[in-house]
Design a protein around this ligand. Structure first.
Ligand SMILES: O=C(O)CCC(=O)C(=O)O
Ligand SMILES: [Fe+2]
Length: 347
């Protein structure tokens, strides 16, 4: 078979596959609309369409969402970030648009950091990337003798905590996500975890300590807050500047990538280590290439919220809202049902 014939065959096969993915995506999206659950094949098709179109499919869908889910105003005066302004929100969103990430000048106030740290040292959490025995029992993280490389708190449990509720639903984060994404977003991921050193490559991969890009949703943005001091040895979040738009074809694969693979396409200067003391906040479009750098010393506690275009994609469990929430939180939730569709009220 000649080279040209082989190439033509490959193109034909690939377009058949793309048509199948588009069909799967469309029917899966309809099903998600009626049941709230994404069929696994539709999710796989979404991920494949991302890779095949180098993100253009996601951008197109994001454009449609802008027309359907119009932006709405949020009460910035209620934010725990004093005097934050619409101009500042726009500047942060522009910075994420340009680089794929933004390191805030502001910090999470120290009393909030302290409360989250206290919570994390009292509440049992699960070992995600654990040792050889593979057990997943929960325990309180031991900073003197870490039981695992990644100790993860569950979203539903986290949301029972008032400080978590307040930070996660803060109008400042919401407004930046909305400005960046261009539509009224859905608050869809809430997470917090401890990280500790290991030299085991497989465990590092499971703990998201090797380069990768996220594709759980069509469009999304994450906010990270460091709750411990993070320097180059204690697991900084690393990001390849500019990789949130189009990526070199060789890096458009599901799974993990080594630093050397990245270096074949980007300069060392583009591979940014985002360091800072406890309270440091990052906004990151993790569709770009990123990782948590493997720790060489101490430990790292990180808090995360994500906003997305919808809950289509990865099926995460809904988060139960406790019955004794403050009036302020109840108002926030009821004034934007779309944004808080992931929160389930006990009735
Ligand atoms: O631990 C980190 O800094 C990276 C985590 C990560 O990959 C993610 O949250 O998507
Ligand atoms: Fe990630």
């Amino acid at each position: 078979m000649s080279k040209v014939t082989r190439w033509a065959k490959r193109v034909r096969h690939s377009s058949f596959e793309t048509m199948g993915d588009l069909r799967n995506f469309a029917s899966g999206y309809r099903e998600y609309h009626s049941s709230g659950v994404t069929p696994p094949e539709a999710y796989s098709s979404m991920r494949r369409l991302y890779r095949k179109t180098n993100g253009r499919f996601n951008d197109l869908m994001g454009g449609l969402k802008k027309a359907v889910h119009r932006k709405r105003s949020a009460e910035l005066t209620e934010s725990i970030f004093q005097d934050c302004s619409r101009t500042e929100v726009r500047d942060v969103a522009a910075s994420i648009r340009k680089n794929g990430f933004h390191v805030f000048d502001r910090k999470l106030p120290a009393d909030y950091c302290a409360k989250l740290l206290d919570y994390s040292l009292a509440q049992p959490a699960a070992s995600v990337a654990h040792g050889a025995n593979g057990k997943t029992s929960k325990s309180v993280f031991n900073r003197d003798n870490p039981q695992s490389i990644r100790h993860q708190f569950q979203a539903a449990e986290l949301f029972q905590n008032e400080t978590v509720q307040e930070v996660a639903t803060d109008p400042y984060f919401f407004s930046i996500a909305q400005d960046y994404l261009g539509f009224n977003p859905v608050f869809d991921v809430l997470a917090m975890w401890w990280s500790a050193p290991t030299v085991d490559h497989l465990l590092q991969s499971r703990a998201a300590q090797l380069y990768h890009f996220d594709m759980d949703r069509l469009k999304f943005v994450k906010f990270f807050v460091y709750l411990t001091d993070v320097d180059t040895q204690t697991g900084p979040h690393c990001y390849v500047r500019g990789s949130h738009t189009r990526k070199p074809a060789a890096l458009l694969k599901d799974g993990r990538l080594t630093d050397d693979e990245i270096l074949q396409h980007y300069s060392a200067d583009d591979m940014q280590e985002l360091i800072g003391p406890a309270g440091t906040m990052l906004a990151v479009d993790t569709r770009g290439l990123h990782k948590g750098k493997p720790l060489e010393a101490r430990d790292r506690l990180i808090f995360q919220v994500q906003f997305a275009d919808s809950l289509f994609g990865q099926n995460y469990p809904l988060i139960h809202v406790p019955s004794d929430i403050t009036d302020k939180l109840a108002d926030r939730i009821s004034s934007n049902r779309r944004c808080y569709a992931n929160l389930k009220h006990n009735s």
